[in-house]
Design a protein around this ligand. Structure first.
Ligand code: FMN
Length: 186
């Protein structure tokens, strides 16, 4: 028997609050995921992102369907992923705000337009310029499978930004190999 204020999933019997607390202890990357096109420019802070395959280069991104930006990703079909580093805590905070408009969000940081048309943060640790290849729905979220069309790695960012225990942490990068200090188009 659970107290009245605890919401338990009927199929798993796991309280959502317990699941969220467990996941808050899973260290995660911090990115800004953005789109532009016929449905307009939108972006948000995202930690639910992972590499799927290097052949072809593919990442997945989990987006809550209740996000204001959600429909724009589906309709524009392009995704710019900016992997954040040390010094980007403020940008991450702004893009996680449910009150700010897209104009207010993109006033934070300097943005360029990728080859797909997606917005990319100019001083990100890494940018991945992607097109959406597939979308699967699971629970409250859509999982976007994104084909990576272009990669830029900055050697000016010394540490990555991580999210663990509901706070930011900085994790140092190894120096970038000289052979990779170029723009890599797939
Ligand atoms: C560190 C951090 C990670 C987040 N990760 C995700 C995520 O993976 N997927 C998601 O849909 N929302 C995630 N959010 C929440 C969104 O950034 C937030 O709900 C945002 O306001 C949505 O913007 P929108 O309503 O303008 O689309 C995260 C927030 C923070 C602070």
């Amino acid at each position: 028997m659970q107290p009245d204020d605890i919401v338990v999933d009927e199929q798993t019997f796991v309280p959502a609050e317990l699941f969220r607390e467990a996941m808050s202890r899973l260290g995660a990357p911090v990115t800004v995921v953005a789109t532009d096109g016929p449905a307009g420019r939108q972006g948000l802070t995202v930690s639910a992102i992972t590499s799927v395959s290097d052949t072809p280069p593919t990442v997945l991104v989990c987006l809550n369907r209740s996000n204001r930006s959600h429909e724009a990703f589906r309709r524009n079909g392009v995704v710019g992923i900016s992997i954040l580093g040390r010094g980007h805590d403020d940008v991450a905070g702004v893009f996680a705000s449910s009150r700010r408009t897209p104009e207010e969000k993109f006033a934070s940081g300097v943005w360029r337009v990728g080859k797909t048309g997606a917005p990319l943060l100019d001083d990100a640790a890494v940018t991945l310029d992607c097109v959406i290849e597939d979308i699967r729905t699971s629970g409250t979220h859509d999982v976007l499978f994104c084909a990576v069309r272009d990669i830029v790695i900055s050697d000016a960012v010394a540490a990555g930004l991580a999210w663990c225990g509901r706070t930011f942490h900085h994790l140092p990068f190894a120096p970038l190999a000289a052979s990779l200090k170029v723009e890599n188009t797939v």
